[in-house]
Design a protein around this ligand. Structure first.
Ligand SMILES: [Zn+2]
Length: 310
């Protein structure tokens, strides 16, 4: 086998798509749901094409950082109006998301031309500390403010998908405040970004990250325009090498469950109005949600206990 990182002939070892250290934080997520292959299995998602030197030495510093970072901020759930100040190493956040995207793409046998020698050296060398300009990272808090508790959709605390759908206009066209009727826009309007190479969306419990990789030849002008759209149009915070950011909720009652949809900021506000109208009309929705969520948390603790990892 040729190692996916160092490109040398070697014996394959199992590389976790999402680092094992992060999986260790959520032992209740013991099943892998692979919708690409239509399979559910009681084992970690791995890809089998990395040599032991790369796996255990060259790229493991990224996993150590990832585990500590997620453990520090995102084990807890956050409320609808919460904000969270985070400190991070932007280069390591880029490396973490690039590595996971690369692993996932290889496991699906996709074209990984973006991960050329330059990117692989960036990942393999801990000493490479300057962030990549053609990689944009957005982050926000995933908060379930829907009437449907988490367990209704399975235990999906850890999720990722390639090419999330960036909407360019709200899902809901308007609300008739007289009748409460919600009018959905007839066609979904999508944002198409010029020079986009790869995009991924990740959820690690209470945080979501979007990574957007731009073509190497992208011009300053297009990069600036794309980043401005991402920054202004979506309810996410753009991370930068200032290594500090304030995160707020990036999900609505709809996008929390329809994970691959990135709604625009004003679309999220419209859904928030619908949520508020429902809660106002029937306050029992909220109390039954809270009751069911508490019960589910007890079940989760039991599952975590039953499926202890090393
Ligand atoms: Zn290697």
């Amino acid at each position: 086998m040729i190692c996916a990182y160092c490109k040398k002939e070697a014996k394959p070892t199992k590389e976790h798509i999402i680092s094992s250290g992060i999986l260790d934080l959520f032992p209740e997520c013991f099943l892998t749901i692979d919708s690409n292959r239509g399979k559910i299995y009681p084992a970690d998602p791995v890809v089998n094409d990395v040599c032991s030197v790369c796996n255990n030495h060259r790229i493991s510093y990224i996993d150590s950082y990832a585990k500590n970072f997620i453990n520090q901020y995102f084990i807890s759930k956050y409320g609808v109006h919460d904000t969270l100040d985070i400190n991070f190493d932007y280069t390591l956040i880029q490396k973490m998301l690039l590595k996971y995207a690369f692993n996932d793409m290889r496991s699906k046998k996709e074209n990984t031309d973006f991960f050329d020698e330059g990117i692989l050296n960036f990942l393999m060398n801990e000493g490479e500390t300057v962030p990549l300009k053609n990689v944009t990272v957005l982050a926000g808090l995933a908060v379930n403010n829907s009437p449907a508790p988490d367990f209704m959709f399975g235990n999906q605390k850890l999720q990722w998908c390639q090419s999330p759908i960036f909407l360019s206009n709200s899902i809901v066209d308007y609300i008739n405040y007289g009748t409460g009727q919600v009018h959905i826009r007839e066609s979904r309007e999508l944002e198409i970004f010029e020079s986009l190479a790869i995009s991924y969306l990740f959820r690690f419990n209470s945080v979501q990250f979007i990574i957007v990789c731009w073509d190497k030849g992208i011009t300053e002008e297009i990069l600036e325009k794309n980043n401005a759209i991402l920054k202004l149009q979506y309810p996410y915070t753009m991370l930068s090498d200032s290594n500090t950011a304030t995160l707020s909720r990036c999900t609505s009652e709809t996008t929390y469950h329809l994970f691959n949809l990135i709604d625009v900021t004003w679309g999220q506000s419209i859904f928030d109005e619908i949520t508020a109208m429902r809660n106002g009309a029937d306050p029992s929705t909220k109390t039954s949600f809270e009751k069911l969520t508490k019960e589910w948390e007890i079940q989760e603790r039991k599952l975590a206990e039953e499926h202890k990892r090393n």
